[in-house]
Design a binder for this molecule. Structure first.
Ligand code: GDP
Ligand code: MG
Length: 597
């Protein structure tokens, strides 16, 4: 039957190891697009994504492949996001496959993120085919990387395919192996419909497009469907597949991957991981694994020009159409005025959204330091979840503050292990596992997320000369001696700089922060006092001296080019300045919390 000649697979690869280039080669070899259409990498649709080389939105393509056995096979190549923040989406994409290619750059080696995704694939019983890519590079070390795959991932790699997505070597061999090794989808065409939602996005013309993998039964226009977790009913208008161009088909049968259009008004109506079933003949149970994604990292975003506020709200609403994980609610700061508190899956997700707001919507935004969600138990026994330190109840109403801990796995060459351990210990980490394999070490720590949103990734890269990689997931809340630290500027509390810190670190971090603020806040016509305080107790104090009049005079008396330069510089700086009381404070000051040391 046709079902026996279907192969569903994903590519697991660390960023830059060649996933998109390889997918392009498959599309080319299967003749799905003309050369001109191939001019751009087709799987990455968004600009930012292309620039960063990260696939944000999962997309899937159907390919027709004539194998060496003379038979025609239908492949569904399911693209997965490549970053640690999107691990839930990755798990749903993998749940839609019977196999995966583990692609490792043969000149680099195995990275933590691919290990994590491989484990997810193994949990779903996927057949994994190891591929060593970039074999054309002189620096390629296939033997070493093979050993790493065996020792770190625990996968036999003696027969790993040597490939180059650049010169085309090994491509056909990979597709033959897909045919040989990856099982056809099982599923029962006669059973009630069960289709897993892999992704959903908003299209201006089509409305919500839902990408699904049909596990049992089939989907066709005219059918009434129901989302099993969401409990909503819709009428299927169209079914189709991406080749990668969208093409309508009369039905999506058991084992296939394709899209459904069903008059769903927003992606809320079809959440990733939910199950579609037939409303008149529902399946007895949903597919396993549905979970609502929760924002982990929060920041306050404020338009520099308060006239942009409404435009900012509209931009957030638009982005939210395609991003169920993006949260926002209005927030007012005494210091910064009207803005939004926004929630993200992680730091990279946050960076991507901020960049899109600035680039695609031309908004100048000021952001406060990212924080995590704290669980607070009040003296009345009430449980609060807060992401904004400024909203913390008064100390005498707090029984306990609990902070989120993550479980992280760090993969690092042995010679950088020492500095990595030191870093984790400094950040209040607790070692839970240490495993030596070949030249690399997999070290696992439980770490407060609060310490990770500071500058952990940057520090990890710098202490390991770029060699360490890491993945993480939320682990649990834990009570700790946490206190709120406030920053006062000329005696006035700057709410946007309030911060929750561990008591043992409070004094040192308070002193460091005050001294960094002193360097960041430009001299004004008067003296500026910077204080760090816990409750009523001042723990640090710095002063920005007043500007001397003659310095100003000298500047403006100078030659014309110098004067212009100065004015231009001032204008640029102005863009990111916020007037707080009488004091002008630059954007960098609001992020000063982020740098430690
Ligand atoms: P992705 O982030 O995994 O999707 O990686 P890309 O496909 O975007 O590739 C990252 C970079 O590696 C790009 O500059 C590619 O041109 C390059 N690249 C991909 N495959 C190969 C290969 O086999 N050999 C060489 N030399 N470069 C490659
Ligand atoms: Mg890519």
């Amino acid at each position: 039957s046709e079902q026996e000649r279907i192969r569903n697979f994903s590519i697991i690869a660390h960023v830059d190891h060649g996933k998109s280039t390889l997918a392009d080669q498959f599309i080319r070899l299967c003749g799905a697009l003309s050369e001109r259409e191939m001019a751009n990498q087709v799987l990455d649709s968004m600009d930012i994504e292309r620039e960063r080389g990260i696939t944000i939105k999962a997309q899937s393509v159907r390919l027709q492949y004539r194998a060496d056995d003379g038979q025609d096979y239908t492949f569904h190549l399911i693209d997965t996001p490549g970053h640690v923040d999107f691990s839930y989406e990755v798990s749903r994409s993998l749940a839609a496959c019977e196999g995966a290619l583990l692609v490792v750059d043969a000149s680099q080696g195995v990275e933590a993120q691919s290990v994590a995704n491989c484990y997810t694939a193994l949990e779903h019983d996927l057949e994994i085919i190891p591929v060593l890519n970039k074999i054309d590079l002189p620096a390629a070390e296939p033997d070493r990387v093979r050993r790493e795959i065996e020792e770190i991932v625990g996968l036999p790699a003696a027969n790993a395919i040597l490939a180059s997505a650049k010169d085309g070597r090994g491509i056909r061999e990979i597709l033959e192996q897909v045919v040989q090794d990856i099982p056809a989808p099982r599923g029962d065409p006669a059973a009630p419909l069960q289709a897993l939602i892999i992704d959903s996005w908003f299209d201006n013309y089509l409305g919500t497009v839902v990408l699904v993998r049909v596990m049992n039964g089939s989907l066709r226009p005219g059918q009434k469907i129901r989302t099993m977790a969401g409990g909503k009913e819709y009428l299927v208008e169209k079914t189709g597949v991406f080749t990668p161009k969208p093409v309508h088909v009369s039905a999506l049968d058991t084992g296939t991957v394709g899209f459904v259009i069903a008059g769903i008004r927003s992606i809320e109506g079809a959440r990733v991981g939910d199950t579609l079933t037939d409303a008149s003949r529902p399946a007895p149970a949903p597919l396993p694994g549905f979970r609502e994604v929760q924002a982990q990292v929060f920041t306050g975003l404020y338009p520099i020009d308060s006239a942009d506020y409404e435009r900012f709200r509209e931009a957030l609403q638009k982005l939210r159409l395609n991003d169920a994980a993006l949260q926002f609610e209005p927030e007012t700061s005494q210091a910064l005025g009207f803005g939004f508190r926004c929630g993200f899956l992680g730091l990279l997700h946050m960076e991507i959204i901020q960049e899109r707001l600035e680039r695609e919507y031309q908004l100048d935004l000021l952001s406060t330091a990212p924080t995590v969600v704290y669980e607070i138990e009040t003296t009345d026994g009430e449980i609060l979840h807060l992401s904004n330190p400024a909203e913390l109840p008064p100390t005498n109403r707090i029984r306990e503050i609990r902070e989120p801990l993550i479980r992280s796995n760090i993969l690092v060459p042995e010679k950088y292990l020492g500095p990595v351990i030191t870093l984790c210990e400094e950040r209040r980490g607790r070692q839970v596992n240490l495993q030596f394999t070949g030249g690399q070490v997999m070290v696992s720590y439980e770490l407060p997320l609060n310490e990770v949103v500071l500058d952990f990734f940057d520090r990890l890269k710098s202490v390991s000369r770029g060699y360490a990689s890491m993945d993480y997931e939320f682990s649990r809340f834990q009570a700790g001696p946490l206190v709120k630290m406030d920053i006062l500027i000329n005696g006035e509390k700057l709410d946007a700089l309030s911060w929750i810190v561990h008591r043992d670190f409070a004094e040192r971090r308070g002193r460091e922060l005050a001294s960094r603020l002193k360097d960041l806040i430009p001299r004004q016509m008067f003296e500026v006092a910077i204080q760090a305080a816990i409750g009523a107790k001042i723990i640090a104090r710095e002063t920005v001296k007043a500007m001397r009049k003659d310095v100003l005079a000298k500047c403006y008396g100078g030659d014309i080019t110098r004067k212009r330069k100065l004015l231009e510089k001032q204008k640029e700086g102005k863009k990111r300045m916020k007037q707080v009381g009488r004091v002008e404070i630059p954007q960098e000051a609001f992020l000063a919390i982020l740098q430690t040391e």
